[in-house]
Design a protein around this ligand. Structure first.
Ligand SMILES: C[S@@+](CC[C@H](N)C(=O)[O-])C[C@H]1O[C@@H](n2cnc3c(N)ncnc32)[C@H](O)[C@@H]1O
Length: 231
């Protein structure tokens, strides 16, 4: 199911991934992650799946902000990304991290085994988003919640034009200089441009069975926080 080049891209950039995230977003991605995790607080999750966990930044923020958490599963298809996650685990008694290489399209978990799922900038990379959403739905318990962060394009015309120049030309340049991989940071705006944003994405989520869905534009829509619930 997995498109091999996607995993190859993340294998190549793993060591420089965190630094590029901070540079590209001026550190705002950490604030966006906290904002996403805030949406999980009402259900006080104990078991969390961080899907496409990468180097573990979303799992770290979730583990810091959600004192109810006991078991956190970090799942990703690229071992080189996951290899950087273990030092990010907060040292809190009763909190366990499980780090697994697996494909989002075929999750190695029992049905209804998680209270919540986080996906940070991962779903855009999945080769079959509907299959991955159906897997997320399957492993989530009824009443469980999903928060998804994904790159977006602003709605406002002027902001969109300015952002596109930044994203399409400046980010690949940053990627070449600091990430030492221009192609990977050209893939980022290209895959964002073809991703079905906002209502189009929520339509897919609804088709997968989710309800009580909404989205929040962050910084005018350069990043979008999607919230879903399993009825
Ligand atoms: C942009 S990184 C995001 C990492 C992390 N979630 C974050 O917020 O920084 C996207 C991640 O998706 C992973 N990925 C891509 N396709 C996947 C799949 N089919 N199953 C699991 N992980 C996948 C990649 O290996 C990569 O680590």
């Amino acid at each position: 199911m997995q498109n091999p080049p996607v995993s190859m891209i993340f294998r190549r950039i793993a060591q420089r991934y965190d630094r590029m995230n901070r540079l590209m977003t001026f550190g705002l991605d950490l604030r966006w992650r906290r904002r996403a995790v805030d949406r999980l607080k009402p259900i006080a999750p104990k078991r969390l799946l961080d899907l496409a966990a990468g180097t573990g930044d979303f799992a770290r923020v979730a583990s810091q902000e959600l004192s109810s958490l006991e078991e956190v599963y970090l799942v990703d298809i690229t071992p080189e990304m996951l290899a950087l996650a273990p030092p990010k685990k907060p040292n809190r008694p009763g909190l366990n991290w499980h780090i697994l290489v697996a494909d989002a399209h075929n999750l190695p978990f029992e049905s209804e085994s998680f209270d919540a799922i986080t996906v940070g900038y991962g779903i855009r990379n999945f080769s079959d988003r509907m299959a991955a959403l159906q897997e997320m739905y399957r492993v989530l318990r009824p009443g469980g919640r999903v928060v998804i962060l994904e790159t977006g394009l602003p709605k406002a015309a002027l902001w969109k034009a300015l952002f596109w120049v930044y994203f399409r030309f400046y980010v690949p340049l940053l990627g070449a200089v600091f990430g030492r991989d221009k192609a990977a940071y050209t893939y980022l705006p290209e895959s964002t441009a073809t991703f079905p944003h906002r209502e189009k994405f929520l339509y897919l989520c609804q088709e997968a069975g989710f309800t009580e869905m909404d989205y929040i534009d962050l910084l005018g829509g350069v990043s979008i926080l999607y919230n879903l619930k399993k009825p």
